[in-house]
Design a protein around this ligand. Structure first.
Ligand SMILES: O=c1[nH]c(=O)c2ncn([C@@H]3O[C@H](COP(=O)(O)OP(=O)(O)OP(=O)(O)O)[C@@H](O)[C@H]3O)c2[nH]1
Ligand SMILES: [Mg+2]
Length: 217
């Protein structure tokens, strides 16, 4: 096989092998990524999530299984093309839409899903919400989670460009809190966790895709 001018389809370096239907370099990580992306080929309903955050991946799996039935869920690292902690509903929605479309492009799948947390201001209160977008290659459907008021210090720091998760870690003393119970989990003694918020937003975004509702949208 001719590798002249061929680039690794994962990292862009010089290709040396052809594996899982892709030209690749010999870097273990690239081979692993190509294997993961090719896994999708033989599964029926594959859902690609535009994040590697386990909370979001698990929430998408639970949300889809609750509404549409069994799926194979793959998390992939994609750009949201918005700030790391979007402010306002529009920017948060855009982040979720970009993640969904980028994930759909990256993995052979039935749906691309983006979940983006953002901060919306209402009456001087800063509310954290999660927006979910589900993209099927043609149209997107959207849903929002429940929202909760951020403690002032967290909101002030987000407005200064410090991600909510960083301040949440300081307040709770829980490392990587955004990748497990979330600030919401800390504030509610785990009565509501970040996975619940993410799963709610997924279920909301799937309402227009339920058989009984399709003709209404
Ligand atoms: O502890 C938390 N509990 C929450 O309820 C919560 N909601 C939002 N955030 C933080 O907001 C930023 C953007 O969120 P985000 O959508 O970019 O998610 P993320 O950065 O965790 O994952 P991802 O970007 O790898 O997909 C990140 O700093 C998140 O930690 C939360 N942190
Ligand atoms: Mg993030």
């Amino acid at each position: 096989m001719d590798f002249e001018n061929k680039k690794c389809e994962i990292c862009g370096k010089k290709a040396e092998i052809f594996l899982f239907g892709k030209f690749l370099c010999k870097n273990e990580k690239c081979i692993e990524e190509a294997k993961k992306l090719s896994m999708a080929r033989h599964k029926f309903r594959v859902v690609a999530v535009g994040s590697t955050n386990p909370v979001k991946i698990e929430a998408v799996k639970e949300g889809f299984e609750k509404v549409l039935g069994a799926v194979e869920v793959i998390g992939v690292d994609v750009d949201s093309n918005v700030s790391s902690h979007p402010i306002g509903l529009e920017e948060t929605y855009l982040g979720a839409l970009n993640r969904a479309k980028n994930a759909f492009e990256k993995v052979q799948c039935s749906y691309g899903v983006g979940i983006e947390a953002g901060l919306i201001e209402v009456g001087g209160h800063y509310i954290d919400i999660h927006v979910c977008v589900v993209f099927d290659g043609v149209k997107e459907t959207v849903g929002l989670s429940q929202g909760f008021e951020y403690p002032k210090i967290v909101a002030e720091n987000v407005l200064k460009g410090i991600e909510g998760g960083k301040t949440a870690e300081e307040i709770s003393g829980i490392k990587d809190i955004g990748k497990n119970i979330g600030l919401i989990g800390y504030l509610t003694d785990n009565n509501i966790t970040r996975k619940d918020l993410c799963r709610d937003s997924v279920i909301m975004a799937l309402i227009p895709r339920m058989m009984k509702n399709i003709y209404l949208y």
